[in-house]
Design a protein around this ligand. Structure first.
Ligand SMILES: Nc1nc2c(ncn2[C@@H]2O[C@H](COP(=O)(O)OP(=O)(O)O)[C@@H](O)[C@H]2O)c(=O)[nH]1
Ligand SMILES: [Mg+2]
Length: 271
């Protein structure tokens, strides 16, 4: 069923930890790219206890563009950063886009993602590395193996209709769907603090029966100046934890949340 939605405002959430090297270029690009957009936007920078000038950069940018800075006093991890950003962002627009603050995700795709939600075909739109027209530049070999591994495991164990890229952070969410998620899971709707939070969030949307659509894009990892914050071994460990948890939810008889169970079962069998 289509759910066409008028989108007049969009929140762009940037979870940021020590991003002083790449954030200024990204903010300039957002300002330039969205100057003529058919919607208003607000950038939400979630500074997660950075020790560098990330917060100062965001504060200075707020004088020249619509930008809200939210700060965690101490570093809480990507999961809490994304949760804080989504919780604030859903009140600032009909759509919330989350993207890396390291200038590897080009804001030029935001309008395409918003259009898909506006046309009513999706509740979450994923900028995917695994579509025919997608290009990945500069990602280390082992990191590519990791995302392919995640894709393969998910296709076998927890397939989500239309989805190939399960672990990327570059996604757009319908705010109403985020509201449903919070209603269902509570204010702490992301439990993972590690990078596996992106997988957890997607699986909780799958569980809700949210519709996903992917668009191709070019990942410019070669533009990244700062170092990656991902702790690879920890992320792999947490992937297994998240996959195990949701796999059990899928196969074990449901003990709670029975109201939507039939709809979920139908959507899962279509996947
Ligand atoms: N809030 C928050 N964001 C983080 C943390 N660690 C990384 N990030 C952000 O998460 C995004 C992804 O991290 P990044 O280093 O780009 O990972 P990579 O692109 O996968 O190598 C970036 O926007 C980071 O600033 C953290 O501890 N807290
Ligand atoms: Mg990145």
């Amino acid at each position: 069923m289509k759910t066409p939605t008028q989108v007049s405002e969009v929140a762009i959430v940037l979870p940021a930890y020590n991003e002083e090297k790449d954030l200024p270029t990204l903010l300039d690009n957002i300002r330039g790219t969205l100057a003529e957009a058919p919607f208003k936007y607000t950038v939400v920078v979630v500074d997660d206890g950075s020790k560098d000038n990330t917060a100062a950069i965001a504060r200075a940018a707020a004088k020249t563009m619509p930008l809200k800075l939210i700060q965690h006093e101490v570093n809480k991890g990507l999961g809490e950063g994304v949760q804080t950003g989504l919780s604030a962002g859903r009140h600032l627009g009909e759509v919330v886009v989350v993207m890396d603050a390291d200038n590897t995700h080009n804001p030029v795709y935001i309008q395409d993602m918003v259009r898909v939600i506006q046309e009513g075909d999706a509740d979450v739109v994923i900028a995917s590395r695994f579509r025919a027209a997608s290009v990945v530049q500069g990602v280390p070999f082992f990191r590519q193996v990791l995302s392919w591994g995640c894709f393969a495991m998910m296709k076998c164990l927890l397939p989500y209709r239309n989805v190939r890229d399960y672990s990327t952070g570059f996604r757009a969410y319908r705010s109403l769907t985020l509201g449903r998620l919070i209603q269902n899971s509570g204010a702490r709707f992301i439990e993972e603090s590690s990078f596996a939070c992106m997988l957890e969030l997607l699986l909780s949307l799958r569980w809700l029966g949210a519709r996903a659509v992917e668009i191709p894009y070019t990942l410019r990892y070669d533009l990244k100046v700062g170092a990656s914050k991902m702790r690879i071994i920890r992320t792999i460990r947490r992937y297994f934890h998240v996959i195990g948890k949701y796999w059990c939810k899928d196969v074990l008889p449901e003990t709670e949340e029975t109201s939507l169970s039939e709809l979920r079962r139908q959507l899962r069998t279509q996947a």
